[in-house]
Design a protein around this ligand. Structure first.
Ligand code: KE4
Length: 428
């Protein structure tokens, strides 16, 4: 493979765009190489500017559950675009998408469409504060909820203290209202509530974590979060930007049986277009302006083109629920191939991560929280990533991202991937 055209584009891109990319992870810095520039995609395939073809397991970080450029979604977008791209006024299609979301996730009695996952989570947190009249938010180390100031934080020094900014430009004051607990550690949550009794507006959690690599909740953990938030008068927010419509048509509440008060969605709900959403209990969402006093707005919220992509995607998922059995089965086959090579694998449905732990391949290990995940051998991961790319297989360019299986990854392609994995992993 060669990447001359991508190199040329990357040099130009870096002149005008910070790091040459519009989102940091795309710069491939974690895997020690320059990014390829994508020209087009179809089904499970990405094609780059040099004509290289890759089997895509990033799926644009999740939206691509149907594979790229699904004909029905493309047709819906083309058709609706001809009638205008944006009106800044309500449309029937927004109501249709809101009703489809409620059909899939009945807990979402009312929903607000926005343009990114960041905006969805930022808004849900503001609503939780407005509804409860409380200020503090509990999040978990290793969970990512977008780049709003109050959520770009990490655990402060020492135990159970306030969080500190995890980015330049975030005022300490913003971070101070966010408390950071340990994923899968009930005691760390209990202690924060005891230390901040009556002050916690909400716990925001990835019901299956996928931003420290995939880390599923331990048995009883989500049920515990549901109980303690109810006891403490705080809300439970499921950040389902990744898990929504992926773990099941009904997302994490269907997959785990645990029901939150507010949910955020992104990625799949927009069918690959810039559309996300937050919603939940009617009494809580009734706080949102103009109905209530919590302000949230957006010029392109509910954009008709994005809504058309979202509607068509959800309709396809609703019509063919066999999709979930297929993508889960294929992800299971991949997980087994990684495990047979001695990697530590976490999987939830069609989401999985293979961790290069220090004892790889001698001993299998466990990754149950951010601290475990940080023990990974990122150099070994980078070597694996680059060898897989040479094989024409594109996995996420970071140990702390997930592998996403789509319905376009046929059984034959999965088998081909497992063969490549075995070859690559045994030569590492
Ligand atoms: P966006 O603002 O990137 O649409 O969504 C933020 C977000 C919120 N919540 C969760 C659970 C998320 O995973 C994300 C974004 N996911 C990352 C990938 N892990 C997006 C990729 C990127 O940052 O370029």
């Amino acid at each position: 493979m060669h990447w001359d055209k991508s190199e040329e584009l990357f040099a130009k891109a870096q002149e005008r765009i910070p790091g040459g990319v519009n989102s940091p992870v795309r710069a491939f810095r974690a895997v020690g190489r320059h990014p390829f520039f994508v020209e087009r995609a179809q089904g499970p395939w990405l094609y780059d500017a040099d004509g290289n073809r890759y089997l895509d397991y990033v799926c644009s970080w999740g939206p691509g559950i149907l594979g790229h450029a699904h004909p029905r979604v493309i047709e819906a977008v083309q058709k609706v675009s001809a009638d205008g791209l944006t009106f800044g006024a309500p449309t029937a299609k927004e109501v249709e998408l809101a009703e489809l979301i409620n059909t899939c996730v009945p807990d979402v009695e009312m929903v607000r469409l926005v343009s990114s996952g960041t905006e969805a989570v930022m808004s849900a947190v503001r609503v939780a504060r407005g509804f409860t009249g409380r200020e503090k938010i509990v999040k978990f180390a290793g969970n990512y909820h977008g780049h709003s100031d109050g959520l770009l934080v990490k655990a402060g020094s020492g135990l159970m203290t306030q969080s500190v900014p995890d980015s330049a430009g975030v005022p300490a004051g913003y971070a101070a209202s966010t408390l950071t607990a340990v994923y899968n550690d009930e005691e760390s949550v209990r202690a924060l509530f005891e230390e901040n009794s009556g002050q916690v507006a909400a716990v925001v959690v990835e019901p299956v974590a996928a931003n420290m690599g995939v880390v599923p909740p331990k048995k009883g953990f989500l049920e515990f979060l549901r109980r303690i938030t109810k006891e403490q008068g705080a809300l439970l927010i499921f950040d389902e930007v990744i898990t929504g419509f992926r773990l099941a048509l009904g997302g994490a509440s269907q997959y785990t049986g645990v029901h939150a008060d507010l949910y955020t969605f992104g990625k799949i709900v927009g069918g690959g277009m810039p559309l996300a959403a937050y919603g939940g209990r009617r009494d809580i969402m009734s706080c949102v302006a103009p109905l209530g006093t919590v302000y949230q707005a957006g010029t392109l919220s509910g954009n008709p083109v994005a809504v058309a992509a979202g509607i068509e995607t959800l309709k396809i998922l609703m019509e063919d629920k066999g999709i979930y059995e297929r993508i889960d089965r294929r992800a299971r086959a991949l997980a087994e191939a990684f495990r047979s090579a001695g990697l530590t694998v976490n999987r939830a449905g069609s989401l999985l991560s293979a961790f290069f732990m220090p004892d790889f391949p001698e001993k299998e290990d466990r990754v149950e929280n951010y601290e475990d995940a940080c023990r990974c051998n990122t150099e070994a991961f980078a070597a694996y990533f680059n060898k897989m790319l040479e094989e024409g297989i594109y996995v996420a360019p970071s140990q702390f991202e997930a592998i996403f299986v789509s319905d376009a990854h046929t059984d034959e392609l999965i088998e081909r991937t497992c063969e490549a994995l075995r070859e690559v992993l045994f030569t590492l």
